[in-house]
Structures are given as structure tokens and as C-alpha cells.
Design a protein around this ligand. Sequence first.
Ligand SMILES: NCc1[nH]cc(CCC(=O)O)c1CC(=O)O
Ligand SMILES: [Mg+2]
Length: 345
Amino acid sequence: MPSSVTPLKPALASASDRLDLIERPRRNRKSEWARRLVKENVLTTNDLIWPIFVQEGENLRSPVAAMPGVDRVSVDIAVEEAQRAAALDIPVVAIFPYTDPSLRDPTGSEALNAQNLTCRACRAIKAKVPEIGLLTDVALDPYTSHGHDGLLEGGRILNDETVALLVRQALVQAESGSDIIAPSDMMDGRVGAIRAALDAAGFLDVQIMAYSAKYASAFYGPFREAVGSSGALKGDKRTYQMDYANSDEALREAELDIAEGADMIMVKPGLPYLDIVARLKQSFGRPTFAYQVSGEYAMIMAAAQNGWIDGEKAMIESLTAFKRAGADGILTYFAPRVAEYLRGK
Ligand SMILES: NCc1[nH]cc(CCC(=O)O)c1CC(=O)O
Ligand SMILES: [Mg+2]
């Protein structure tokens, strides 16, 4: 018998040393094949949405300091990234613009410009990579000089006036080829208003993924660096984004968005809010997504770069945790790396 073969033998010498257990949960974990057999949740490339930051210029990549491995890219490179995503079977890319400071104003008027970066990126990607889904964020913050998602008047964010602008922003995005409109602004009533406008304009097939439970969070810091709104932001977003102490409120928000026509709902941030993901999925049974945001990405990368955790393992574990909580998909900056990892398996 070759020495590498483990002989079958009783684990303990005498029966008296043995615990009298009917159930031994470890039996189902005894080997790789046994673990695979009882695996409950699996992460696949179908679960991934890749957020991409775009900037002006040509053949340009600018690293985002707080997000190692993530670059802001010019539109031509964004097209190449979309091609890479399609080749990796990633279903959707999400476009986020770095707007030149000279184009930012108090009303975020650049958001309504059909020639803005987001719209140009959409058209360029649609033309070259028609097989990939395109998601665009609807909110004014990449375009306002004050960094808020809505119109600001005397220190207040105006709801209904903002919604009127968001509707127009959604329309220019749909006209540019966006397949999924994702309102991230947290104004009341925006989903219904956007749905009605899309339908009236004939965009019956354009989907809405509502950022339904979006919390006022410290984990968005690196994103604001990436889109250049951190320096601009005055105050915080707590009068429109949710209080992280609340959970029932997320149910009411999601209920409203669904009633107003959201095709998909989203929770954001991700990992610290898995309880919300689970509650929404169980309560509504709708396609439910989570956003593993910039600060979550930064934490994993920073610890990995210090040699404190295994970054690749933490990446897969964190994304599988979203699946376990009930998420149908995850917006994650790890998307291309995970897709490559999954392909190699
Ligand atoms: N409304 C814009 C928006 N859309 C996505 C994010 C954050 C994404 C991330 O941190 O990765 C933000 C920032 C914010 O609300 O301040
Ligand atoms: Mg709402």
C-alpha cells in the first residue's frame, strides 16, 4: 500500500473516549467534495456589476489613491474596460463621471447635458460593446459645486424641484443608451416620476434599479475622491440618505420604490448592511442588489497591502456573504478581479 493512502481506522483507541453524538456536523465538511456537495450559495460572474469611473481625455488612466487597483479612465479606455467586462461575462458596467470642476454649478446643470461624460461614455460603449448592460447613476452630486445630490436652498435640499431635474437627467441617459437607470439621490417620489417620463418617451424597456435603502455613510469617502466631490461637499447628506440606526425604515423605502415602478432594489453600503439585504429580499422577493462601496473596497485592499489579511480570500468571502444574505447581485470594484478568479477555477 503506498504510504500516501490513509488507512481506514477508528479515530479513537477505545469506545469510552467517544462522545455519544447522533449529529456530527463536521461529517459534511470532511473533504473538499463533501463541502461542495452541501454548499448553499455560489458566487458567479452573473452576480457582478462593475462600477467604472470616467474622466475627460484620451488614452488616460488616473489612479484613485484611496482605491488601489481602481483608475479613472478616459472614454476610449472605458470602452476597452467594457470589452474586458464582456469577455469576462460580467453582465453590467456602471458609469460614474469625474466632472471637471469648471463644469460644476449650484444646480448641477451638466447632469442634463446630453454631451456630458456619462452620456458620451454610454454612446461609445453601446456602439462598440452592444452585448453588455449599461447602468447609469441618477443624482446631481458629480455635477454640483456644493457636492449635494439635489438642489440646495438656504441649507435645505429641495425635494420636488430636484426630482424634476432627475427626470431630465434620466431621460438624457436613456437617450444615450443606458439600459438601467439607477437613482441614487434618495429624493422622495423620484422613481415614479422617472418611470412615468421614461414610459412617455417610449423607453418602456429601460429598467430602474432604485437605490432604495441608501444610508448616510462614512464608507463613501473614496468614491467622493474618485468623482471629485469630496472637496466640494458642504455638510453631510443626512436629510436625504437614511440613518444607519434604522431598519424598518428600509422596508418602507423599498415598498414605495416598488410601488412606483422599481424593477430592482438596492441596499448601500453592503457588508455592514447585510441584515437590510436579507430583510428586503425576504419581505418583497424582488431582484435585490447590494453595493459593496468604495470604503469597503478600500478597507480590504489596505489590509491586504499591509499583509494583514489575504485580499483575494477576503474578496471572495465578502462577495459570497452577499449571496448568502439573499442578494441577486453586487456592485463591486472587485468585479473584473473576481471574474478572472472565477474563470481560473
Ligand atoms: N449619489 C452618488 C453616489 N452614487 C454612489 C455613491 C457611493 C459609491 C461608493 O462609495 O462606492 C455615491 C456617493 C454619495 O452618495 O455620496
Ligand atoms: Mg425613497
